[in-house]
Design a protein around this ligand. Structure first.
Ligand code: DOR
Ligand code: ZN
Length: 433
């Protein structure tokens, strides 16, 4: 059926300042109307009867613009044993995401238009969610030569990043920022001073000392965030900082924004839900880069989310195979599969009074759309009908069998969480229910 009426849900759309119990009508893949008791059969539109619609009653549910994950690793091409565009799209849809932007650290690296086009084509065949490729800043993400930004933009890339690795050469970062801004494209920076992080597998602190593991100091992130802010301030161009994990980075970003530097930032749910204590039993599912930090860092991340220093929450979904993780801590791959737990972990910020539901949706939909220049993240009439319906009260347990992702590498397995996407609609079509 072409027409879908979502009736009686709590519609929250930060892009229009709406938070109200209303109906929402979808027609032809677009949002057709929004209002109280629209289409009371035979009253408002005598020619239309309710029989013309598929109707879903959503009393007590939250109806939001489709969630957008601006930092996902889909692993295809090259690492299909970890995830494919199809399984990643299924996981996204199951987690309430209607769009994801995928990082280029595939094999081959997404550093040329044939890879970008391949990802777009595969995603279209899967026909589950919108997939926006992020192309590499440098060839092979090796930090030496810039990729063909114009060609990659033309092929459909929405941003540039060497995520997984920092751009260590400051001159290359400067050129990347200048060139990207001339194309109105964001640079997403993985901030790591590799000299300071070298050899480390966990946050440098009490836990690393107790476990006898080499630590990664918070400074390894802070130093690079400071450098990138300085370069962005010099060039006057936009910069987005990926996966912020430290109190120092939050402070640097907040201060820079106050000075007018065009810097935005994201964090991931594990950075406000866990500390380095999670790795205490040498649990490789808690191994991630940047590493889980101290309680002071967790508090600072929450404060940064609250005061707006951090604009977005992204999953940094990094699926790995069991064989990547069931090895000694030093040798284990880093990363957390996060697409299916991101929403519930983030809703805890609302329960805890750190964010309003409106602010949370801003950080998981409206702001990522704005940063990536996507015509998404809104329930405006005429917009694509990408919608996430959330049952905020649904209590569920994270069970590896229940995850659609191939990656079961989560430190949240066995956790009982509250809040779940019950309906994911993309372009007016129900993709998950
Ligand atoms: O833990 C991580 N995993 N951090 C990164 O930066 C990359 C990611 C991956 O691709 O597995
Ligand atoms: Zn990443």
């Amino acid at each position: 059926m072409d027409k879908l009426l979502l009736r009686g849900g709590r519609i929250i759309d930060p892009s229009q300042n709406i938070d109200s119990e209303m109906d929402l009508l979808i027609e032809g893949g677009k949002i057709a109307a929004l209002g109280k008791d629209i289409y009371r059969s035979g009253v408002d539109s005598p020619k239309t009867s309710l029989a013309d619609f598929k109707i879903i009653d959503l009393q007590g549910m939250v109806v939001a613009p489709g969630l957008i994950d601006m930092h996902t690793h889909l692993r295809e091409p090259g690492f299909e044993y970890r995830e494919t565009i199809r399984t990643g799209s299924e996981a996204a849809s199951h987690g309430g995401f209607t769009s994801v932007a995928c990082m280029p650290n595939t094999r081959p690296v997404n550093d040329n238009r044939s890879v970008t086009e391949f990802i777009i084509r595969r995603a279209a065949e899967c026909n589950l969610i919108n997939v926006y490729p992020i192309a590499a800043i440098s060839r092979g993400s090796e930090g030496v030569t810039l990729t063909e930004f114009m060609d990659l933009k033309d092929a459909g890339a929405v941003a540039f990043s060497d995520d997984g690795k920092p751009v260590t050469n400051s001159a290359l970062m400067r050129r990347a920022l200048e060139y990207a801004s001339s194309l109105d494209m964001p640079i997403i920076s993985h901030c790591e001073d590799v000299g300071l992080s070298a050899g480390g597998t966990i946050n440098e602190g009490l836990v690393s000392t107790e476990l006898g593991l080499a630590g990664i100091p918070a400074m390894a992130e802070d130093v690079m965030v400071a450098r990138d802010i300085l370069i962005s301030e010099f060039t006057g161009t936009v910069l987005h900082i990926a996966h912020v994990s430290t109190a120092g980075a939050v402070r640097l970003i907040r201060d820079a924004r106050a000075r007018g530097v065009k810097v935005t930032a994201e964090t991931a749910p594990h950075y406000f839900s866990l500390t380095d204590e999670a790795a205490k039993e040498f649990d490789t599912n808690a191994k991630v880069y940047p590493p889980l930090r101290s309680m002071e860092d967790v508090m600072a991340i929450k404060e940064g989310l609250r005061d707006g220093a951090i604009a977005a929450i992204a999953s940094d979904h990094a699926p790995h195979a069991i064989t990547d993780k069931e090895v000694e801590f030093e040798y284990a791959a880093s990363g957390i599969a996060g697409l299916e737990t991101a929403l519930a972990l983030s809703l805890k910020l609302v329960t805890d009074g750190i964010l309003t539901l409106n602010q949370l949706i801003e950080k998981m939909s409206t702001n990522p759309a704005r940063i990536l220049h996507l015509a998404k993240g809104t329930l405006r009439v005429g917009a694509d009908a990408d919608i996430t319906v959330v049952d905020p009260e649904k209590v569920w347990t994270v069970d590896p069998q229940g995850l659609r992702s191939k990656g079961k590498n989560s430190p949240f397995l066995g956790w009982t969480l509250k809040g779940k996407a019950i309906l994911t609609i993309v372009g007016g079509e129900i993709k998950h229910q």
